[in-house]
Design a protein around this ligand. Structure first.
Ligand code: HDE
Length: 701
């Protein structure tokens, strides 16, 4: 690969270094106006007498108030609620054979990235844990310019043509007459849209699945959704789909938990991301690509340009090509997360577009939306959006221009400046669009190859485990059950009878609709094991466990277990009635949260250690019992040591049966118990392995 000497040297720290030029630290400084004049007093406006009117000449008051009055910018029309983090990306081996993109050539180069995760439907202040797709937008600050991979955690989309996007969004946003409901598709207009635009069937299967309630941004996949192109140095093009695979595996909340979290901690996902990075548990995602040769464009029973279709991984394998590590929290959410401007059209040489009609429309929409949101055409100059390589062109002026372009020439071609800035040849790194041959009549039409709306929806259903299917049925019943219009409910049931008769029947029974004719269901038998979260990677790392204890707890036991948990990368937190220290026999521990400031839904697991006095105290606190029974209900790991078993809910005892009641030590259905002193190391080991399982669906609830 030829290197452009001007841009050489982008590394992991390039963006951070650039941002540093803009950082402003107020500590130890005197208060000034924006003009730099020191302010002598900041408590009182300037008045004619202490009880008199405020004076117009009070420039400090005027400036302070005016700035405040203008502090808000429009939130994103979709993906309004989001949260970002910095990091870097590193390719595992050169991708030269497939693409000339420089950031995908050299495994020793760490390309800085900024990622913004988001929900789609809710306002900027809505809750993190709602049922929704998640945005997963990555800006790679490469030596050849910014490359944005603006994806979602779901590999397909609701619609096939961009012209329908405003309709789709109007249907899922709060209804215009009463602005309800917030951050939810559980209302008439969305399901009316769905039933009348059946191309949405496949993505709806995903949004009704557990994928739409992720446990963490760190534990969800990302997908570029559209088909793009890789183009190599020789000009050979391949169709490509992008995947992010979380190293920790893909895991979800349960719906009841997600709903409770929306109230108990609306910031659940951003807090989780922030804290993980602060603790040095850097989220990691591997980048994968699926590639299809030009010659094979028509070899599949779906159209590879149709964004409502995925390429089953078993059919087109995902080649893992590199890893992204998020290792730095942002300094200022407005300056970074809010002002970040992503665009699927921000590509670098070696990455190109396909004719996916949804992608084509997005290529228009993203700049357009920044113009209103960020107030003009110079948003590329905002620190978070600046490329780390130089940029030169004749686009001058406009609101908030920051660069000072010198000299009289702002046009091409010119002789006064030797034609500078001059276009680069392909060899010099100039972006040359792939020369796809295109011909056709101007028509408002969709290809017949986009007409199959149900086969992959059925494949998704076939790929789910029984538990996942049950969750989907409940999600459908919840969402469609909130629809007021009976006719719309029936239309939805009828629509999904084209996917699967049992699913449609279950929705119908739940919402009191007519069970449709089973004859319509899709006959597809294909399944894709990669779609089930049952087959994901499992790890105890970065999980959180609450330890419920009070004075008199078994210190030796807790200490030993805590050490083992920490060594396995699990974060234990003591939860008790009051903050402060609690005393055990042999030592004391600090209480991190109380039953008021925390709740079972904020943890992956709960552990109740032994200690007679401690257990007697906990038994008197209703929230302590609720803590354990919620953990049981949400299929989470529960550990009990010694007398701790007395806090196990009746349901748990019932499902444990005889063994639970009798044996001293066991690990069953996600419940790990130890009633003897001498087995504490196997207890810890069992506990760690059980936490790694994420949830215990074998439990009967
Ligand atoms: Fe977006 N989308 N979108 N979208 N989208 C926006 O751009 C749009 C689509 C996605 O964290 C907006 O800057 C159209 C698919 C993400 O800042 C807007 C269509 C996918 C984000 C817009 C789509 C996405 C956005 C709103 C159909 C997955 C948040 C604010 C043609 C591949 C980026 C903004 C961030 C944001 C338009 C469909 C992902 C209005 C017209 C498919 C992750 O421009």
């Amino acid at each position: 690969m030829k290197q452009d000497p001007q841009n050489k040297g982008v590394n992991e720290h390039s963006k951070d270094k650039q941002l540093d030029e803009f950082r402003l630290d107020n500590s130890g400084k005197k208060l000034t106006t924006n003009q730099g004049v020191k302010v002598s007093e900041d408590e009182h406006s300037l008045k004619a007498g202490s009880r008199g009117p405020t004076l117009m000449e009070d420039f400090h008051f005027r400036e302070k108030m005016t700035h405040f009055d203008h502090e808000r910018i429009p939130e994103r029309v979709v993906h309004a609620r989001g949260f970002g983090a910095h990091g870097y990306f590193q390719v595992y081996e050169s991708m030269e054979e497939y693409t000339r993109a420089k950031f995908l050539q050299d495994p020793s180069v760490k390309t800085p990235v900024f990622v913004r995760f988001s929900t789609v439907a809710g306002s900027r202040g809505s809750a993190d844990s709602v049922r929704d797709a998640r945005g997963f937008a990555t800006k790679f600050y490469t030596e050849e310019g910014n490359y944005d991979l603006v994806g979602n955690n779901i590999p397909v989309f609701f619609i096939q043509d961009a012209i329908k996007f405003p309709d789709l969004v109007h249907s899922f946003k709060p209804e215009p007459h009463n602005e309800m409901p917030q951050a939810s598709t559980a209302h008439d207009t969305f399901w009316d849209f769905a039933a009348n635009n059946t191309e949405s069937a496949h993505m709806i299967m995903w949004t009704m699945s557990d994928r739409a309630i992720p446990r963490s941004f760190r534990m969800m996949e990302g997908f570029g959704v559209h088909t793009f192109r890789f183009v190599n140095e020789q000009g050979k093009s391949r169709f490509v789909k992008f995947h992010w695979k979380p190293v920790l595996g893909t895991h979800s909340l349960v719906f009841d938990e997600a709903q409770k979290l929306a109230g108990k901690d609306p910031d659940f996902h951003r807090r989780d991301l922030w804290e993980a990075i602060e603790m040095g548990d850097y989220p990691e995602f591997e980048l994968g690509v699926q590639m299809i040769d030009e010659e094979d464009e028509f070899s599949f029973d779906f159209d590879i340009l149709d964004p409502t279709k995925l390429w089953p991984e078993e059919m087109v394998p995902v080649k893992i090509i590199g890893k992204m590590t998020l290792n730095r929290n942002q300094d200022n959410v407005f300056a970074e997360t809010e002002q970040a401007a992503f665009h699927p059209g921000h590509v670098v040489p070696g990455i190109d577009f396909s004719n996916d009609p949804l992608l084509q429309g997005r290529l228009f929409s993203y700049t357009d939306t920044q113009l209103i949101r960020l107030g003009g055409p110079n948003f590329h100059e905002l620190p978070i959006n600046r490329p780390v390589c130089p940029f030169h062109n004749n686009q001058y002026d406009g609101y908030n221009r920051m660069t000072i372009n010198t000299g009289p020439v702002a046009y091409h071609k010119n002789s006064l400046q030797n034609n500078d800035p001059s276009p680069a040849t392909e060899e010099e790194g100039g972006y040359v669009h792939f020369q796809e041959k295109v011909e056709g009549r101007k028509v408002r039409q969709r290809s017949d190859s986009f007409k199959d709306h149900y086969s992959q929806a059925k494949m998704f259903w076939n790929s789910m485990s029984e538990v996942e299917k049950q969750h989907m049925i409940e999600a459908f019943r919840f969402e469609v059950g909130k629809v007021q219009n009976k006719d719309v409910q029936q239309q939805v049931v009828d629509m999904f009878s084209n996917v699967d008769a049992f699913l449609a029947e279950q929705i119908a029974l739940g919402v009191g609709a007519k069970v449709p004719d089973a004859a319509n269901e899709s006959q597809v038998t294909l399944s894709s094991p990669a779609l089930s979260q049952m087959n994901t990677a499992k790890s105890p790392k970065t999980r959180k466990i609450a330890i419920l204890a009070d004075n008199g707890f078994n210190y030796a036991e807790v200490n030993k277990v805590m050490e083992a948990l920490k060594a396995a990368g699990i974060t234990p937190e003591i939860v008790s009635k009051n903050l402060g220290m609690i005393k055990g026999d042999g030592g004391e521990l600090e209480v991190k949260k109380t039953f008021l400031t925390s709740h079972s839904v904020m943890y992956d697991a709960v552990y109740v250690p032994g200690g007679k006095e401690s257990i007697e105290a906990l038994k008197k606190v209703p929230q302590a019992k609720e803590f354990v029974s919620e953990a049981f209900k949400h299929f989470k790991t529960i550990a009990v040591g010694g007398e701790g078993a007395e806090l196990l809910p009746a349901d748990a005892m019932k499902s444990l049966g005889e063994e639970g009641a009798q044996s001293k030590t066991f690990s069953k259905m996600g419940i790990v118990a130890s009633r003897s002193e001498d087995d504490s190391s196997s207890f810890s080991e069992n506990l760690i392995n059980t936490i790694a399982q994420h949830r215990h669906w074998e439990r009967v609830i």
